[in-house]
Design a binder for this molecule. Structure first.
Ligand SMILES: [Zn+2]
Length: 246
């Protein structure tokens, strides 16, 4: 490697001479906890399964279910299915939110898939057993079976589409984004160039005496349109190497 070029570095915000940015700072950790979101999701999901059970009780065994007298069993059952659906959907939103703050690692595809599809799995458990038990029940009449099944299948579809995570996010993606954000929190540029750089020792900076150090916003304001391609691929390589080391 060539001898390190000594630059005069000027801060974009103060205009004064400054030292180079500290190298190799560990990627910032996401501070906010997701425990509350996960507990909220699990509590709602348990409530959904209780509602499914109560819906079955209301329809198939109204005599030993403590329901408000005067409500026909089928209506009481539908009511419980609606509450079941609401719990499934809200639970899945909390779970998805937690997954996007603290995502699962892609390294284990099974747990990654389970973690991202938990809402859909719970939705299936919250309605399919109801349909199976209703259809296989010998005492239920045809109307009850038809209406109950239609309501449960519609709820299953709504719940499934609402619970699915259309943009699953992984720990690896998050680390990449955080590392890039950190690497570009302070960038270098030259008065004449069109790009800004992550690394002070980038080969394209070898012939320049004076560099400006600032944020990417400041770089863009100074007419630097994008990140230097050499710095970008070096950053990618260093990230890949760091991931293998882990
Ligand atoms: Zn560069």
């Amino acid at each position: 490697m060539a001898e390190k070029k000594q630059h005069k570095i000027v801060s974009a915000s103060s205009g004064k001479e400054t030292s180079a940015k500290p190298a190799g700072v560990a990627a910032q950790q996401i501070a906010s906890s997701t425990v509350g979101l996960r507990i909220g999701a699990v509590v709602l999901w348990v409530a959904a399964l209780v509602c499914e059970f109560l819906a079955l009780k209301a329809i198939l065994a109204p005599e030993d279910a403590p329901f408000i007298p005067g409500i026909p069993p089928l209506y009481a059952g539908i009511g419980f299915l609606v509450v079941d659906l609401i719990c499934v959907i809200i639970g899945a939103q909390l779970w998805k939110k937690a997954n996007h703050i603290h995502p699962a690692s892609e390294k284990n595809p099974v747990t990654f898939w389970l973690w991202n599809n938990m809402g859909v799995i719970v939705c299936a458990i919250a309605f399919i057993p109801f349909v199976v038990l209703l259809l296989t029940n010998k005492d239920a009449d045809k109307k009850t079976k038809t209406v109950g099944t239609i309501v449960a299948v519609v709820a299953l579809l709504i719940g499934g589409f609402a619970s699915y995570d259309y943009n699953p996010y992984s720990q690896e993606e998050q680390q990449q984004i955080l590392a890039m954000e950190e690497a570009t929190s302070q960038v270098y540029w030259t008065a004449g160039g069109k790009v800004f750089h992550i690394y002070e020792d980038c080969q394209h900076l070898n012939r320049t005496e004076e560099l400006t150090l600032g944020s990417t916003q400041e770089a863009e304001a100074a007419g630097k349109e994008r990140l230097c391609k050499t710095c970008f691929s070096r950053h990618e390589k260093e990230q890949a190497a760091a991931q293998i080391e882990e």
